[in-house]
Design a protein around this ligand. Sequence first.
Ligand code: FE2
Length: 319
Amino acid sequence: MITLGIESTAHTLGIGIKIEDKLVNVLDTYQGSYIPRDLAEHHAKFFRPLLESALSSAEISLRDINLIAVSQGPGIGAPLSFGVGMANYLSYKLNIPVIGVNHGYAHVKIVEFTNRRSGDLALYISGGNTMILRVRDLKIIGETLDMGIGNMLDKAARYLGLRNAADLERLALQHDKYIEFPYTVKGMNTTFAGIYTYFVNRANKKLDRVENLAYSLFHTSFSMLLETLARAVFAYNAESVIVCGGVAQSKILNEMLDKFSKQYGVEILRTDNMYNRDNGAMIAVLGEELYIQGYRSSYPLEAIPRYRVSDSLKHYLNR
Ligand code: FE2
């Protein structure tokens, strides 16, 4: 079976192809302001070159594809609808089925696929999402009460005139001192608006080296996250935790996770950075698995901009 995966929920257009155990993954990320129409235009421009590049890497033609999988949500209206529209068109043109999948669930699933095993809990951390899930039934057992941790780090980076959280982390790695930051955890939930405001205020006063501010922001917010994760591990008797989403690429976080793993005797399941970013391969992997399990989407597919990960299995026929 050969499955094409299309990811277009936000700034990245990703095309993935799954052929048995082999994955092809090509993508392009829009650089610039977050205007929905600009994202959709970027995806429209790159769709054909990325599709052709994926097909040539997989050494197949479009006609060899048996199933189209697409991110149905959550996402930003315009780019999301573009991807869903292309999936509907290809399904009609090639006369093959199309299946819609939840983007967040795909982040979890690609870690299981690349590790060849399942996990008990998942820490799903990206721009807009910060949550702890029970993998078995995708129950959300903890999440951010305001902004996603990735958005908070990106905003802090842009406040200093940097591009994104990855640039801010490079700065943080040059620190020489930890500054105490506000720390807020509510049970298994986190909140990041307060720590962000504190960061901005201190940066404004120019009393600290920005390297120390960055270091302290990363360490404090990740400590909050790991405190809620520790609580979840005990409450649900977890032996393994999947860590996924864009923020899972953080070097500082991964060092903290190594210590967490030893301290709590829990196994951390991770994947390559190319699969932690938004990508089409993860969509192909989840779409194919659901299709094989008997899940079917109605045609034409519609975008679901506010698709909660806990509703991942609700939008199928006869279920
Ligand atoms: Fe994502």
